[in-house]
Design a protein around this ligand. Structure first.
Ligand code: ADP
Ligand code: MG
Length: 255
């Protein structure tokens, strides 16, 4: 089957004035993502995870190689690929329903249809009673729910998430992981999810890609074939956590 996203022999080099040498972040990297797959990308800070997502979002161009969406070269952002950032990035002057509707304003969608979509997502994220609230009136977890709903309301095929739960407290984080899986089961998208957390990756992913800062690419790929909702008390969970943590420690040591 044709992958929905193909990263083909990507190299990304940054030339910055402040540095004497250019910095190669990704070096000849290859990844294929299949439709409806939930892929987590884990790796040490600075290894190029956000850079990879920005390339797939079409926000940045590779130095060499190409990124394909359903076989087509990706050279700029497109509506089929949505992104959720760590810091929620809601519009502070818009209330919850207007934030969710924001992306729809760029599309030719009737008022009735827009309201229907907004209502549907308010229900999915459980914030029906907060539709008129402004971002500053919401907790971090609620804001991130709204940001996820805003991205999904645009009905992208591929959702890119860059450490979306990184700023949340541990309890809310676990809650939102579960919620994200529920939304994904209901409305299967392809998700590429960047995280620092091995535990989060094992909880969420079909497949985990470990990136290393050293060779600028994938270090290891692991399929997680435990049924969802995954049980953190399962011995396989603990074993896989241990394995991946050891691998990451090695990656950190050689950086
Ligand atoms: P990660 O998300 O894995 O922490 P990033 O992809 O943000 O890593 O960054 C990888 C490396 O590339 C870092 O050393 C960072 O400083 C550098 N980098 C990222 N974006 C730029 C840029 N626009 N210009 C120069 N260097 C950059
Ligand atoms: Mg990053």
């Amino acid at each position: 089957m044709q992958p929905i996203i193909s990263v083909n022999n990507i190299t990304k080099t940054f030339n910055t004035d402040g540095r004497l040498e250019s910095l190669t972040v990704l070096n000849n990297m290859n990844v294929d993502i299949q439709e409806n797959e939930f892929v987590c990308i884990v790796g040490p800070s600075g290894c190029g995870k956000s850079t990879l997502l920005r390339l797939i979002a079409g926000l940045e161009a590779p130095t060499e190689g190409d990124v394909l969406y359903r076989g087509e070269n990706l050279t700029k952002p497109r509506k089929e690929i949505g992104m959720v950032f760590q810091n929620y990035s809601l519009m502070p002057w818009l209330n919850v329903e207007d934030n969710i509707a924001m992306g729809l304003n760029f599309k030719r969608v009737s008022k009735t249809e827009k309201k229907k979509t907004v209502d549907e997502f308010l229900k999915i994220i459980g914030l029906e009673n907060f539709r008129k609230s402004y971002p500053h009136e919401l907790s971090g977890g609620m804001q991130q729910r709204v940001a996820i709903a805003r991205t999904l309301a645009n009905s992208p095929d591929v959702v890119l998430m860059d450490e979306p739960f990184g700023a949340l407290d541990a309890y809310t984080r676990i809650l939102l992981q579960k919620e994200l899986l529920r939304i994904w089961e209901y409305d299967k998208k392809t998700i590429i999810f960047v995280t620092h957390s091995v535990d989060e990756a094992i909880y969420l992913a079909d497949r985990i890609i470990l990136m290393s800062g050293r060779n600028g690419g994938i270090n290891r790929e692991v399929s997680v074939d435990m049924p969802r909702i995954r049980d953190r008390a399962d011995s396989r969970y603990a074993k896989l956590t241990q394995e991946l943590l050891e691998e990451l420690e090695q990656l950190n040591n050689i950086m």
